[in-house]
Design a protein around this ligand. Structure first.
Ligand code: PMP
Length: 416
């Protein structure tokens, strides 16, 4: 795929051509063609990303920053060039606002420790929602323990949508930060983030969005969202593992102390005084994941070439089809039915443990995820220990959804 994004915005995607970009999809698993429906856990990489990482290691690798030799300069250009690509992709104002992390989890921990810990005190509140991934719960619990602050949780309804009336009520004079997922990994709910941010802004409360499940599937514009922090992971957006991003509003980042110390995050070190580096490097101690950043830059190029609005449209069509065929499976109940949700279908099959479902459909070459999806409170809310979850990417097909439905009918028959 090398089309210009502007030329593909209104074109239907050529799924066969796109699938040809993903070598891993073309294999048999247990004697059946692989149907990879576990994209919310980690998506697959196109050849363009694999080639970019391979080229980097084969031709350009050296440590970055302040090296005078050619390879170091090439590595630095590739590393910082990737930052610029990511900045453009989410429409941040400046490269200073793009901090490389290991992923969403590390990005949220960075905010909890660097923004939260020095500011929070006894009685202060962090407002989250019932829908959060553990990565957007536990870092706040840790900082609450450290500071005496309190975690406040917005409830949700039976469709898996947050209760906006409750959110408004809980957003009080003690709320210091709102932190919520843009899209839920367990249910696919797309949260009304514009509305939530507007309410928080009215009261002068900053907002962090966990964008791990949003960035691969829709256009994300941090200026339009007007959020203060936005966290996401490379491996869910067709890039490498071990690399992710914290976007932070420059004025807020400038006011935050470093959260880890070491090389690269300093300008000068003395035993009496150390001068920290400028943004964004102040938050990037030690040798970074250079190849990861390069690969993520290539993933962003790839997503641009496909077109995010094409991807969103394609996935909505897939979701509609998959929902229809899965609803026809006897005894199947979909958990999470919010309107306009992302292409994630969490479900249970009456009388069959989700792990058994996952194992049986794997025999048919179908990869789905089973478990609590790092969202135990969501499972608790719906009164289930776990669900099975099929999560789609643009490269999935209607036929793969049909195969899943057929495999589930067989599973049901086995347990009858
Ligand atoms: N938040 C959400 C909504 C997620 O889906 C995930 C990954 N499942 C994370 C955070 C954590 O991402 P990572 O493990 O890449 O840090």
């Amino acid at each position: 795929m090398s089309a210009n994004p502007d030329t593909v915005l209104t074109t239907d995607l050529d799924i066969d051509a796109l699938r040809a970009d993903f070598p891993i999809l073309h294999q048999e698993v247990n004697g059946r063609p692989l149907a990879y429906l576990d994209n919310a856990a980690s998506a697959q990489r196109p050849r363009q990303v694999i080639d970019a990482v391979s080229h980097y290691y084969g031709s350009d690798h050296a440590n970055v920053h302040r090296g005078v030799h050619t390879l170091s300069q090439r590595a630095t250009d590739a590393f910082e060039g990737a930052r610029t690509k990511v900045r453009r992709f989410i429409n941040a104002r400046s490269d200073k606002e793009i901090i490389w992390t290991r992923g969403t989890t590390e990005a949220i921990n960075l905010v909890a420790q660097s923004w939260g810990r020095p500011r929070l005190g006894e009685g202060d509140e962090i407002l989250i929602t019932w829908l959060e991934h553990h990565a957007n719960i536990v870092p706040w619990q840790i900082v609450c323990e450290q500071t005496g602050a309190r975690l406040v949780v917005t409830p949700m309804d039976d469709t898996g949508q947050i209760r906006l009336d409750e959110f408004e009520r809980l957003l009080g004079p003690k709320t210091r930060l709102v932190a919520l997922g843009h899209v839920s990994n367990a249910l696919g709910t797309v949260n009304p983030v514009h509305h939530v941010i507007a309410m928080a802004k009215e009261r002068g409360v900053p907002v962090l969005l966990d964008g791990a499940q949003a960035v691969p599937h829709m256009t994300v514009d941090v200026q339009d969202l007007d959020c203060d922090f936005y966290a996401f992971s490379g491996h869910k957006m067709f890039g490498p593992t071990g690399i992710g991003v914290l976007y932070g509003r420059e004025s807020i980042l400038a006011d935050m102390p470093p959260w880890q110390g070491g090389g690269d995050m300093i300008l000068a070190v003395g035993f009496d005084e150390t001068v920290y580096n400028e943004l964004p490097w102040k938050f990037e101690a030690g040798t970074p994941n250079i190849a990861g950043a390069v690969g993520l830059g290539a993933a962003v190029d790839y997503l641009d070439s496909v077109g995010m609005s094409n991807i969103a449209r394609r996935e909505a069509t897939l979701l509609e089809h998959a929902t229809r065929v899965l609803e026809e499976v006897p005894g199947l109940r979909i958990i999470g039915t919010a309107p306009g949700k992302a292409a994630v279908i969490s479900f249970i099959l009456e009388g069959i443990h989700p792990h058994d479902i996952g194992t049986i459909v794997d025999h048919e070459g179908i990869a789905i995820r089973t478990g609590h999806h790092c969202a135990m409170p969501v499972m608790e809310y719906f009164g289930v220990p776990a669900t099975a979850r099929a999560s789609f990417a643009f490269y999935n097909t209607e036929e793969e959804a049909d195969r899943l439905a057929e495999a589930l009918v067989k599973t049901r028959e086995m347990f009858a």
